[in-house]
Structure formats: C-alpha cells, structure tokens
Write a protein that binds this ligand. Structure first.
Ligand code: AMP
Length: 118
C-alpha cells in the first residue's frame, strides 16, 4: 500500500531502528515508546489487522518473534506485554497489522482502559 507508513518502513523508504529482519517480518523500535522497551513487529506484506485473512504462518512468525525480541532487549526475565490493537474501538492508529512488545519497567495490573465508564 503506497500510503501506508509501515509498508514504507518495510520497503526501506523511510528509516526505522530495525531490531529484526527476517523472512516475511520486520521488527523496529516504536517512534513514541510507551516504555524503556517498545518494539513493533510487522508482516512485510500489508494486512490491515488480524482479521484481514492473515495466513497462519504469518501469525506464527509475528508471535514467535516476540519472545526473541524480549530476549534481545533484555526483558525476557523481567517481563513484557504483547499487544495487538485491531480497529477503531481498540484505538488502532496505523492500519497495518503490528504487534507491540513493551517492557522495561513494572506496569499497572490489567490491560484495558476504556475511554468512559459506560
Ligand atoms: P497502534 O495504536 O496499535 O496502531 O500503534 C501504532 C504505533 O506505531 C504507535 O505506538 C506509534 O508510536 C507507532 N509509529 C507510528 N509511526 C511510526 C514510525 N514511523 N516508526 C515507528 N513507530 C511508529
């Protein structure tokens, strides 16, 4: 997709701090990190979200990279969170499937915060 920022990173058209470059997937540090470690794993092919007919082997490649990235980043022992935001209600802001790997300091318990109590 020509106007997709993560496709541009995957194609090398815009720079990123690459953490892992493997067959079919790429991992790079988030530009606005939510913690000391915040890396994104993307498929090089464009899929909008997890429901976009993503082949099982692509899912496997994305998720099997997460613990290896945690190891590389030194948070495998201390712990890390793996998050995928899908669509509007999940506040997905980049419409190219990506897996967040976040860690490096203790997080609050729980993982969901809604905008309002209703
Ligand atoms: P999400 O809200 O799940 O769609 O997350 C999108 C993530 O992409 C956010 O954490 C952004 O900080 C990150 N992001 C946006 N543009 C870039 C970029 N050019 N390089 C690295 N990360 C980016």
């Amino acid at each position: 997709m020509s106007d997709c920022i993560f496709c541009m990173i995957a194609n090398g058209d815009i720079p990123a701090r690459i953490v892992l470059d493997e067959d079919g997937i790429l991992a790079f540090d988030d530009i606005a990190p939510q913690g000391p470690v915040h890396t994104l794993i993307i498929p090089k092919h464009h899929y909008a979200h997890m429901g976009d007919d993503v082949p099982a082997e692509v899912m496997e490649a994305l998720f099997s990279a997460a613990p290896r990235i945690a190891q590389m980043k030194g948070v495998a022992e201390s712990g890390y969170r793996v998050i995928v935001n899908n669509g509007r209600d999940a506040a997905q802001t980049v419409g190219h499937l990506h897996v967040h790997v976040i860690g490096g300091k203790p997080m609050a318990h729980g993982m969901v915060r809604f905008e309002s109590a209703e």
